[in-house]
Each structure stands twice: as structure tokens, then as C-alpha cells.
Design a protein around this ligand. Structure first.
Ligand SMILES: [Zn+2]
Length: 365
């Protein structure tokens, strides 16, 4: 054991300020790995969790986009999910979730990410053993039945940290959208997910990506990540926006639309961007109560495929890692983590993230 206790940034109630407190460390149990956290980035979903808009027990420790170096391996953990051997000092990422064990969802439906009892890092009360199960701290235990992946040395921490949530999700999203060579894609929301989505769409052969965001800086950034045309949806009425997007997505409308902005109000226009037979993937409206009024007849008549993506399959973690390795020279993913904060500065980091002053705030303990 390197240390007997470690510090965590915890909050006692929804929206309450973060306080740095020490909690005991114990040797990892069989199947666990004790990790020294290198970096944790603030996912957009951390904000509603923190504010209590989605269930997250208190006193809580947040952060599920995490990377770290192995401090100690529990009994039985010898290799990562690809079979590469693991040792103390290795830099790793791991699935944002862990599952309780075999289940119908895991073994028959091949949906481990939605298995009953699935739990996520950064979504548990800090009072629960082993205390260190979120990213905003010095240590984290990787718990049994998580999927671990060793990180290649060439990736920077900034490239590697968002992989296990936002970025792996986008591999799943673009897969479900079925984006193919020569297609046209519309991305609603140019945060980190949308920018990665544009880059993945281009890597899959899309000929045109249209990005929509109300933040000018994000529209500008889009060009560096595969966005060919960036539009401000707030500057146009819905009819004009639909007309403009469809004119770009010649000849018949977009082949695929991806929603990653989290606002259900964009869904009616998203449906109208599509060509007949197009695909629409929802991945941003993660909070309950995302009600919206749509003409279901449009879905039927236009042969629209409408799908949701939440969490991701463990294989997406590998696919995403390899995508970032293969495309890091073409797209400067490193730059998307554009703010670094210490453990004492989590309040400021959360405020900057909520105000969209930064794309991805990183906590470096
Ligand atoms: Zn996340």
C-alpha cells in the first residue's frame, strides 16, 4: 500500500459546495484494482447529477471520465479486456460502469451496459465502501466486473480521459446511426460529444457534416473536427433552419441526424432534416422528463428509424481507443480538454463547465 488514506472532493447535498476530505484506503479485494487518479474530466451529465436533477446519492463523489495508474492489483486481476497483462504503474482507463454479475441482459441480449443493477462510477454515496469510487479524488478503486483497458504511451491524458464516457458513447451513436461512405450527417450540439461525433462520421466516410450549436466558439471549433457547415439554430426560425439544412444535405435531406445537445425541443426539427428512410439517434436527452411533441405520422410516413443510445457496449471502449490513436494527427482531440483544475477547485470547474466556458474541464488531483 502506498498510502493509508486519500482525499476526495465531496458534496453533502445537491448543489452544495465541494469540500476536500480524507477517506481511508484499504488493500484491493479480489477483482478490484486500486488506481492513483491522473485526471478526471467533467462530463455534462455530472452537472444534473450534482444539482439533483437526476438521482445521485449524497454525500457524493462525482466523476466517471477517469484515467489513472495502477497502484495495486487485487487478486485475480492479471490482464485487461484485450488480454494485455496489467502491472502496477500501468496507465489505464475502464468502463464508466460495472455490473453485478451474469444476467439475461448481459448473456442473452448482449446489453451488459443496461443490466439490472448496473452501477456507475461517480454516482455513489461516498460513505459506501470503498469510498473512492469517483474521479474527483486522488484514488479510485476499479470494482469487479468493470472492463479495463491499458492506455498506449502515445496518448496524452487529455486524449485518453474522455474516452470511457463521452467518446465511447459516440462510437456507439455513429454505429447506430449507420453512417456510411458518402453520406450526409447533421449533429445537433457541438460540445465534446458532437465534435467527436463529427470526427467519427468523417472517419466512417461521411461526405458532409452539418453542425448546429448556439455557442459561436463551438461552431468555429467544428471546422477542426470534421464539421463542414456550422449553423446557429437560435438565429433562424425552425422552418428556415430546416430549409437551410436540407439544402446543404442534397439531394433529399440528411441521411442521419444525431442529437447530443440534451434539449428535447430540437427533436421536431431534427426529424425534418432527414431524408425519407433516414436515421435519427438520440444520445443527449439523458434526463427524465424530456417531453416533446412530434408528429408521429412523420416518423411513419418518412420511414424514419428513431433510436436511443445510453451507456455503451464494452467493445466501444476498444473501438474508441483505436479511433483516437488512429486519428489523433488528423483531429487535435487533445485541445478539447481546455481547462485544468486542482481538487480544491472543483466548484469553479463545475461552474465553468455548466456555463459552457470550457468544453471539458479536467480535475487533476
Ligand atoms: Zn458521462
Amino acid at each position: 500500500m502506498t498510502a493509508r488514506s486519500g482525499r476526495l472532493a465531496v458534496y453533502d447535498a445537491p448543489g452544495a459546495p465541494f469540500a476536500v476530505r480524507s477517506f481511508p484506503l484499504r488493500p484491493p479485494r479480489p477483482g478490484e484494482v486500486l488506481v492513483k487518479v491522473r485526471m478526471s474530466t467533467i462530463c455534462r451529465s455530472d452537472i444534473p447529477s450534482y444539482l439533483g436533477h437526476r438521482p445521485s446519492p449524497c454525500p457524493g463523489v462525482l466523476g466517471h471520465e477517469i484515467i489513472g495508474t495502477i497502484a495495486e492489483l487485487g487478486e485475480g486481476v492479471t490482464a485487461d479486456m484485450r488480454g494485455d497483462p496489467l502491472a502496477a504503474g500501468d496507465r489505464i482507463t475502464w468502463s464508466e460502469y460495472f455490473i453485478p454479475g451474469p444476467s439475461y441482459f448481459t448473456d442473452v441480449l448482449d446489453l451488459p451496459q443496461k443490466a439490472p443493477g448496473v452501477e456507475k462510477y461517480g454516482h455513489m454515496a461516498v460513505t459506501r465502501d470503498p469510498h473512492h469510487h469517483g474521479g474527483f479524488g486522488e484514488h479510485c478503486y476499479v470494482l469487479p466486473r468493470s472492463w479495463i483497458l491499458k492506455l498506449p504511451a502515445e496518448l496524452t491524458d487529455e486524449e485518453a480521459t474522455p474516452i470511457n464516457c463521452g467518446v465511447a458513447t459516440m462510437v456507439g451513436v455513429c454505429g447506430r446511426a449507420g453512417i456510411g461512405v458518402g453520406e450526409t450527417v447533421v449533429v445537433q450540439g457541438l460540445g465534446l460529444l458532437g465534435l467527436y461525433g463529427a470526427a467519427i462520421a468523417k472517419a466512417r466516410g461521411a461526405r458532409l457534416v452539418v453542425g448546429l450549436d448556439t455557442v459561436a466558439a463551438r461552431r468555429e471549433l467544428g471546422a477542426r473536427f470534421g464539421v463542414d457547415h456550422a449553423l446557429d439554430p437560435a438565429a433562424l426560425g425552425e422552418d428556415d433552419l430546416v430549409r437551410e439544412v436540407r439544402a446543404l444535405c442534397r439531394p433529399a435531406g440528411a441521411d442521419a441526424v444525431i442529437e447530443v445537445c440534451g434539449d428535447p425541443a430540437v427533436i421536431p426539427s431534427g426529424l425534418r432534416f432527414l431524408r425519407t428512410g433516414g436515421r435519427y439517434v438520440l444520445a443527449g436527452v439523458v434526463n427524465p422528463g424530456a417531453f416533446v411533441r412530434v408528429d408521429a405520422n412523420l416518423v411513419l410516413r418518412e420511414l424514419v428509424t428513431l433510436v436511443g443510445v445510453h451507456n455503451y457496449h464494452p467493445r466501444h471502449l476498444i473501438e474508441e481507443l483505436e479511433f483516437v490513436v488512429a486519428n489523433r494527427a488528423r483531429f487535435r482531440f487533445h485541445d478539447l480538454v481546455d481547462g485544468t483544475y486542482g481538487l480544491e477547485d472543483v466548484d469553479r470547474a463545475m461552474k465553468d463547465a455548466a456555463a459552457r466556458h470550457v468544453l471539458r474541464a479536467a480535475i487533476v488531483p
